[in-house]
Ligand binder design. Structure first.
Ligand code: SAH
Ligand code: SF4
Length: 370
């Protein structure tokens, strides 16, 4: 039986088990314990995989099992508070946690459709302890680590929403979840247990069966945790690099003071990669800060073109943000210089900017009362 691995204080240990963090064998063990027929586990699990987490909507199970699920488990650990739809098909979801003393705290997830895939950007924490000064989430105080159930529930809720209200066919976009990126609120590797567990749940072949190559984790560069991820769950890795000069990265990505570039370099060299796969180095271009000639030279010297590619990100401003983004023309030029040195470089298209759903804009600033 799973427990809440995200517990941050003894008070959490009294929390109920969350349905989204159970796999089929967990449910089978529970049915045995509740003296229910074994096949009920599969029925409940099939509903769970469709994103139906309210036992009252699980039409083919008995009323007494519905009652038991309602009273013994926290079946749906997130409450959908708001959904905003962008004209480009992007949807932003704001969820409130329900568990114990974290009840009412908000997180966000974003669905980004493309022609042949649907990607969800999920949150792993409420707020973030690592105060990167260009990041909206970083301006919010750290409040909670999400449990594995709360991480998985974001995907389940979005799958359910896309089934009940699919994207308009006129958009010609994929209307289901095929890819997952841990790029929402929080630093996933600072919530290691829950994140590892959620990855395993996403990949479970009886469950959502999302393969490892469709899962990407973005981190600001926690070296020991990246090493462990490589050993346990070598999903696609994205690193928030943003500067290849230590003095500057110390400011832009303050975790660099603890794990400077040389240590990060060693760690990236060791990260296991399958053929044709690359580590992504994310680089948000800030006007006259990290887009100068010396920044470019340092970046070229840092990148290992055999194993890494650079993803240039347009800065997404938010109210009160202290930086300006580099112009589109300079971004293209920066990319061209990298390409001319044999480095794969792409410019990330910003999606859902009209609903503040783009990278680094995620900050849920409303709170429930009580
Ligand atoms: N904490 C993790 C994952 C969440 S941030 C990390 O830092 O990697 C996801 C990505 O958005 C990171 O690359 C981050 O550096 C970038 N980002 C943060 N704020 C941004 C902003 N205002 N504009 C553009 N990208 C931003
Ligand atoms: Fe945290 Fe990532 Fe934002 Fe830095 S960029 S403050 S690590 S969420």
């Amino acid at each position: 039986m799973p427990t809440n691995t995200a517990s941050t204080s003894p008070a959490d240990s009294s929390d109920k088990i969350q349905l989204p963090e159970m796999d089929l064998s967990d449910l089978q063990a529970l049915m045995l314990q509740w003296k229910q027929p074994k096949f009920r586990a599969k029925q409940v699990f099939d509903w769970r995989n469709k994103g139906v987490l309210n036992p009252d909507e699980m039409k083919n199970i008995s009323a007494d099992l519905r009652d038991k699920l309602n009273t013994e488990l926290l079946c749906d650990p997130l409450k959908l508070m708001r959904r905003e739809c962008s004209s480009d098909g992007t949807r932003k979801y704001v969820f409130a946690l329900k568990r114990g003393r974290f009840a009412g705290k908000m997180v966000e997830a974003v669905f980004i459709p493309e022609e042949k895939r649907g990607t969800v950007c999920i949150s792993s924490q409420v707020g973030c302890v690592l105060d990167c000064p260009f990041c909206h989430t970083g301006t919010q105080a750290f409040e909670a680590n999400l449990s594995a159930g709360e991480i998985v529930a974001q995907i389940l809720a979005i799958k359910a929403d896309l089934r009940s209200d699919p994207l308009s066919e006129a958009l010609e976009m994929f209307s289901d979840v095929t890819h997952i990126v841990y790029m929402g609120m929080g630093e996933p590797l600072a919530n290691e247990d829950s994140v590892h567990k959620s990855i395993a749940l996403f990949m479970h072949e009886d469950g959502l069966n999302i393969s490892r190559r469709r899962i990407t984790l973005s981190t600001s560069g926690l070296v020991p945790q990246i090493n462990r991820l490589g050993e346990v769950q070598p999903v696609n890795l994205a690193i928030s690099l943003h500067s290849a000069i230590d003095e500057q990265r110390d400011v832009l990505v303050p975790i660099n003071r603890k794990y400077p570039l040389a240590e990060l370099r060693d760690c990236l060299n060791r990260y296991p990669l399958r053929k044709q796969r690359h580590i992504t180095l994310e680089y948000v271009l800030l006007d006259a800060v990290n887009d100068r000639a010396e920044d470019l030279q340092a970046l070229i010297a840092f990148v290992n073109p055999e194993r890494e590619r650079v993803n240039l990100i347009q800065f997404n401003p938010y109210p009160g943000s202290p930086y300006q983004g580099t112009s589109k023309e300079n971004m293209r030029e920066f990319a061209q210089h990298l390409i001319s040195k044999g480095i794969r470089a792409t410019v990330r298209r910003s999606r859902g900017q009209d609903i503040m759903a783009a990278c680094g804009q995620l900050k849920a600033d409303t709170k429930l009362q009580g």
